[in-house]
Structures are given as structure tokens and as C-alpha cells.
Design a protein around this ligand. Sequence first.
Ligand code: ADP
Ligand code: ASP
Ligand code: MG
Length: 417
Amino acid sequence: MALYVQKFGGTSVGSVERIKAVAEKVKRFRDNGHQVVVVVSAMSGETNRLVDLASQINDEPTPRELDMLVSTGEQVTISLLAMALQKLGVPATSYTGAQVGIQTDSAYTKARIQRIETDDIQSDLDDGQVVVVAGFQGVDEEGNITTLGRGGSDTTGVALAAALKADECQIYTDVDGVYTTDPRVCSKARRLETITVEEMLELASLGSKVLQIRAVEFAGKYNVPLRVLSSFEDGGNGTLIIADTDDEEDSMEEPLISGIAFTANEAKLTLLNTPDVPGVASRILGPIADANIEIDMIVQNVAPAGDYTDFTFTVGKGDYKQTMKILKEQVIPDLGGGELRGDDNIAKVSLVGVGMRSHAGIASKMFRVLADENINIRMVSTSEIKISVVIDEKHMELGVRALHKAFGLDKDDIEQE
Ligand code: ADP
Ligand code: ASP
Ligand code: MG
């Protein structure tokens, strides 16, 4: 007998038929003698619908009320799934995050899980129940409902699996595993049998929304066996997220690039002609950090004349307008000059792979491939296992496909080998 935490995403519970199919799947595991905790998302589109409703009432809703609102999506699916299971003769009970004791901090809309009480879940499981838990939500110390950030049901699943010491956390979704890149953009993308935590963390943080980054962090930190699987097909192995390997021999055999992530969810801002003196970077970025806006890439030009420089950085698209405002109203007056440029039609495309650690020339090949497609590179950033470039958004898909082919990731290439 094993204990599984099974998380089903929005599309997987997107209709009455889909919810019934999930109940059948859960029943099969239970019939085989396993214990199951199920975590569900809201029905697909529901969280967006709720956010949109809020914006029709108030364009700056307080985060507390927003969380109160968007957490309701998951309350619908837990009860419907419990009913579907009961209808099949499977004893099941549904719980909200608060009811099941998922304690978080008070950072509304991006709360972090601090503690999970497992006693009640454990005793339900021991009584033969399937426990159905609302994903994406928790409760802070004062009893306020919080949410974990978009895609946060993945994190609920992994955190519960860690707390319950489950044998495996299974993330069921609308694709049958983690691919070399988003299969919706590149039809030649290939499913990976395994991927390391380190690579999955990079892919998730660079835009692959198949797993929320915090879910991967939890899995790494608490050694939770984590697998991504299709909720639509039975029988596949999906993709197992495995511990990082330090073994030199293993890493020599690793492909240079494991995956390509991309996102059009950032915007670029440039301050031209800023004084090139110590402290400028912090005077530019300080007020932005004070507003809780996260900065991603940063590039500062070497000023030919030595007196003035250009300073460019990226922020999330949702923070673009506010960042512009801070630069205009606070930073430029403080610096006593500078001309502001902004562009929110950009995309970031990133190559990820632990194999690139020991190989030079990946960046130059990446730049050549993009140049051959006439794609202009606007910014570059690198770390040990990734290279990211910022390009125009209109070239994003073309760039991803060209890089996927050039780095030997296309399905046909692999099959021929
Ligand atoms: P869910 O609603 O089940 O949480 P998501 O939409 O959050 O599902 O995540 C699944 C989607 O992630 C897929 O439909 C796919 O388009 C996208 N995706 C992006 N990058 C990848 C990748 N490398 N491998 C698989 N899917 C990916
Ligand atoms: N329903 C939430 C969202 O759409 C959480 C999730 O699906 O993981 O972001
Ligand atoms: Mg998701």
C-alpha cells in the first residue's frame, strides 16, 4: 500500500465529465489498495473570471479581498469531486486550505506555506476516506484566507506530500509530462523521462508554467518524489523530477541543453544618459524594490565618454506602468536627468541544461542561430546552467523553434539517432 498525493489542474477538472473522470481515476488507485489525498485547482478559466470580476468593481482591490474571492474557485471543485467519488461508492471528504490547517504567512496573493497540520488528514485516511483538499489556498495566523500565487495548487500538492511523507506526489495535467519546451509552441518538443530539480527550477522560474516554482523548491528541499503525468491518458510514466546529480560521469553524458523556456510576461525599461557615478544603480533600483517590484535582468552600458551611461532592466509586465511612474516621478528628478524608454513587447527565451556547465560555445551558437533567423538580441544574461536572451515578442515562437532544432532537441532528430 502506498500513499499518493494527486493534484489535478484546471483543465483536468474543467467540466462535469472531467470531474467524473478524475473520480474514476482516483477510485482505481484506491481499489488497488492505495491511500489517496487529492488536491484540485479551480475549473479552467475560473480564477481568471474571478480576477476579472474584481477588476470590474475596483481596479485596485485590496489583496485580502482578492484572495477571499479567488480562493472560492477551488471550493467548488473540491465539493464536486467529493460528490463524484461518493457517487462511485468511495468515501470522500473535502476540505478548504484553512480547514485542513495549511498555515501561511500573510503575503496575500503570494503567500508562503509555513506549516501543515496533518493529524486530521491522517485520521481520515486511516478511516478509509479519500481526502480532497483545495489547492492554491491557506490561512494566516489571524485566520485570513490567503492564496499562493498563480499555479499554486502544485505547491499545495507537494507541500502536503512532504508533510504526509507520501510515497509520491503526482501532478496530473493536460500534457503527459515535462517536455523539452512547451509542446503547444513547438510540435517537435519531446517528453523527458526525468529532469533534475535544478533544471526544473530554472525552467519554472524562466516561464515554463507546467510546475509552479515553489512546488519544485519544496520537492527539492524535502526530497518529495514528484511526477508530472497526463490526466487524460492512463498508463504513461510521465516525467519524474529527480535529485540533482554531482556525479562527473553522469554529467558528461548529459545533453548540453535539456529544455527551452520562454515568457512574454516581462517589460524592459531603459534610462538613457544617467550619470556614471557610484551609487546610481541603487538610486535607480532602490525605489523600485521599495515598491515590492521584482527586477529580473539588468544591463549597464560602459559609457564611452565615461560620464554618462545607459541603464536597462526588466520587470514583470504587470509592474510595467508602476515602474515607469516611479522612474518618472522619483528616480529621474533624484538623478537630475536621464531619458526614459520602455518596451513591453519583449520576450525572454532561455536555454537550460546542467550539461552546459562544462561546455563553452553554447552562447555563441545560440546567438548565431538567432542571427540566422534575423532575430535581434536586446539583452543577455547567463548563469551556470542557463542562458537567457531578450528579443522582440513577435519573434518568440520562431526563436524557440529554431533553437530547439539547432540544439538537437527535435523529436525526429532524437528518434533517428
Ligand atoms: P494545470 O492547469 O494542470 O496546472 P498548466 O496550464 O498550469 O496546467 O500547465 C500545463 C501547461 O504547461 C501545458 O499545457 C503546456 O502548455 C505548458 N508548458 C510550458 N512549458 C512546458 C514544458 N516544458 N513541458 C510541458 N508543458 C509545458
Ligand atoms: N486556480 C489557481 C490558478 O489558476 C491555482 C492553480 O490552478 O494552480 O492559478
Ligand atoms: Mg498549473
